[in-house]
Design a protein around this ligand. Structure first.
Ligand code: ZN
Length: 303
C-alpha cells in the first residue's frame, strides 16, 4: 500500500504581510489559529488521518488552545523555526542554532510526544549552515520542493516586487535545491539536492513525477480537481511517500473575520470560496485515507 503524509505549515498572517511588503505587524486575533486550524482538524477527523504541523515557535504557543486536538488525532508538532525569518538560511551558525533551539523549547509544550523530530525551513530556503544545525538536533528535514517551475515563478514574483519599489522578505534561493529527488533520501548539508547517503534524512514535498508540478495546497485549490487527482494517481504509484504540503491560509477566504483587505489584494487565492476549498481538501484527504497508509513524517523518519 502506498504511504502518504499530510503536512501543514502554520504560518501566521503576519508572514504573508512580510512576503508582500505590507509590514509585519502581528495580529491580536489571527484567523490562522482561530478559523483555519479548527477547519483543518475537522477535515482530519472526518478522514480519520493524522498530520504533521510545522509551527512557528514565536507564535504557536500563544494559541495553545488551537492545538488541543493534536493528541486525539495522532498529529505531530514539528519545527518551522522560531521567528519564521525568510533569511534564516543566511544567518551565522550561532544565530541559526539559537533560533532552532528556541523553537524546539517553545514547541515541545504543544507536542503530544513531548519532543520535536523534524524541521521545515521558512520559505523552503536552506543552506549548508542551516541544514548542519538540523542534523545537529537529530531532526529529519522536509524543506525541499523539487519543482523547478516553482523556483522560476517565485524568482519572477520577487523581481516584480523589486521593479515596483516594494521589498519582499522572500528569497530567490539556489535553483539546485528545487531539482532534487522525489523520494525520501539520505543526503548531506552541502548538497541536499543529491542523494549522498549522508547524515540528513530529507523527506521532500511531493511533485507530479512527470511534470514536476508541486502537488501542494496551492495547486489543489488552483487546478481542475480531475487533473490534480490524475497527478496524485501518478505520485501514489511512483513515489514511496506522497508528502502533501499545504498552508493554513489555504483554509481561509476573503470573508473570514480578521482577514485584512490589503492581503486579499496581494494573495488572490483568498478570493476562492471556502466551501469550494473545503470540498477539495476533504476529497483529497478521504482519498488518501482510502488508498494509502497515512503517517506523520516523524513516523516515516523512524521507519
Ligand atoms: Zn512558512
Amino acid at each position: 500500500m502506498a504511504r502518504a503524509a499530510v503536512t501543514i505549515d502554520v504560518d501566521s498572517l503576519s508572514c504573508y504581510r512580510a512576503i508582500h511588503g505590507l509590514g509585519e505587524a502581528p495580529l491580536d486575533e489571527d484567523p490562522i489559529y482561530t478559523v483555519a486550524l479548527p477547519r483543518f482538524f475537522g477535515l482530519l477527523a472526518e478522514a480519520k488521518i493524522p498530520a504533521t504541523l510545522f509551527c512557528i515557535g514565536r507564535d504557536a504557543p500563544a494559541h495553545a488552545g488551537a492545538f488541543a486536538r493534536v493528541g486525539e488525532l495522532g498529529c505531530e508538532i514539528a519545527s518551522h523555526s522560531y521567528a519564521h525569518d525568510y533569511a534564516l538560511s543566511r544567518r551565522t551558525p550561532v544565530e541559526i542554532r539559537e533560533d532552532l533551539l528556541r523553537a524546539d523549547a517553545a514547541l515541545r509544550a504543544l507536542s503530544p510526544s513531548g519532543r520535536i523530530a523534524g524541521f521545515r525551513a521558512p520559505g523552503y530556503n536552506t543552506s549548508p549552515a542551516l541544514l548542519n544545525e538540523v542534523i545537529a538536533l537529530g531532526y529529519y528535514d522536509s524543506s525541499l520542493l523539487p519543482a523547478p517551475m516553482y523556483f522560476a515563478a517565485r524568482a519572477a514574483a520577487i523581481g516584480l516586487y523589486r521593479a515596483r519599489g516594494r521589498t519582499s522578505s522572500s528569497l530567490v534561493g539556489d535553483p539546485r535545491a528545487f531539482a532534487g529527488p522525489l523520494s525520501p533520501y539520505r543526503t548531506s548539508a552541502e548538497t541536499p539536492w543529491r542523494e549522498t547517503g549522508g547524515a540528513l534524512l530529507e523527506l521532500p514535498m511531493t511533485c507530479a513525477p512527470r511534470t514536476r508540478v508541486p502537488l501542494f495546497g496551492t495547486s489543489l485549490n488552483a487546478f481542475p480537481t480531475r487533473l490534480f487527482h490524475r497527478w496524485v494517481d501518478h505520485a501514489l504509484e511512483a513515489v514511496p511517500l506522497f508528502n502533501f504540503e499545504m498552508h493554513a491560509i489555504d483554509l481561509l477566504d476573503a470573508h473570514d473575520a480578521g482577514v485584512p483587505p490589503e492581503l486579499v489584494e496581494a494573495q488572490p487565492d483568498l478570493r476562492r470560496s471556502i466551501s469550494e476549498k473545503l470540498f477539495r481538501f476533504s476529497k483529497l484527504f478521504r482519498r488518501l485515507a482510502d488508498e494509502a497508509e497515512v503517517v506523520t513524517l516523524a513516523k516515516q523518519a523512524s521507519a
